[in-house]
Write a protein that binds this ligand. Structure first.
Ligand code: 15L
Length: 271
């Protein structure tokens, strides 16, 4: 059961763009949903529904007829309280409501390391930080991701929807900065994680870290392994480049805290 029709919300965003070619496979249609226009649809594998997660009728229509939802749609960094509530919280609740209404049994939700951004390397101690460590948001954005995770738990417990919360590190083509030597998740590993989250091993409720098998990672791989996620890439190939300007030490507040610089960014101020 790997989803013959998969809805991707926020498909025009960074992750959506990166993932579309990687999640394409025979017998699967990607239904792309975004407020922004998408003009390069491949009609053999993709369909496009334009709309906002803040428009409940549009969300309901987008969810109708899919087997699973990959919910990437939302604000991806700090923003005003009002925007965060409406897009990330109401928007996610609309997706879960629509899933219930249409009998969709699997939702994969993009959470973020910033839901737990104030946990530190020192607190993790000698063990990697568990995937389901309790919320410690580092801003309104991170708080909304903690809310997203808790909504997933609610809809799982109430309605039995299979939910996988992905506590994503830094999912980009390459690590965005030196912290990414620990937090990076490569495009290919991101696709692997999503396939694992769509598989039968991910039935139930799971919260897993979204990172590659980075040499410098200090976040647990166990929860991902439990759903069949086997990352292949390692940000270490970028180490020379990034460590030319930075020393790698967990005394550095950027490296010490899960959320890095987000922990110091003014609350509610758009990044
Ligand atoms: C996130 O949650 C953001 O969406 C992304 O832009 C990155 O900043 C990432 O976290 C990160 O922590 O690197």
């Amino acid at each position: 059961d790997t989803a013959s029709r998969l809805l991707i919300t926020g498909a025009a965003g960074n992750m959506g763009k990166m993932l579309r070619p990687l999640l394409r496979k025979p017998g699967r249609t990607l239904r792309l949903f975004d407020i922004a226009d998408i003009t390069d649809i491949d009609p053999a594998h993709e369909e496009f529904v334009q709309g906002s997660v803040t428009d409940r009728a549009a969300v309901t229509a987008a969810v109708d007829g899919v087997d699973a939802v990959l919910h990437l749609g939302g604000l991806s960094t700090e923003d005003s309280w009002e925007n965060i509530l409406s897009v990330n919280v109401d928007g996610t609740q609309a997706v879960f409501e629509a899933a219930v209404a249409h009998g969709v049994t699997r939702v994969i939700a993009a959470s973020s390391n910033h839901a737990v951004g104030f946990w530190t390397h020192a607190e993790a101690g000698s063990n990697p930080l568990p995937g389901d460590v309790s919320p410690r948001p580092d801003g309104f954005y991170g708080w909304s991701k903690a809310a997203v995770e808790a909504l997933g738990r609610l809809y799982h417990d109430r309605f039995g929807i299979d939910v996988v919360n992905l506590r994503i590190g830094s999912s980009f083509d390459r690590p965005p900065n030196y912290r990414g030597l620990a937090s990076w998740m490569s495009p290919a590993d991101t696709a692997r994680l999503i396939e694992a989250a769509l598989s039968d091993s991910a039935k139930g409720f799971h919260t897993v870290w979204g990172i590659s098998r980075n040499t410098r990672s200090w976040w647990s791989a166990a929860e991902g392994a439990a759903i069949g996620y086997e990352p292949q890439d390692d940000a270490e190939v970028f180490a020379d480049e990034f460590l030319a300007d930075h020393e790698w030490t967990f005394d550095d507040p950027i490296l010490q805290r899960v959320g890095g610089a987000f922990c110091d960014h003014p609350l509610g101020q758009r990044m």
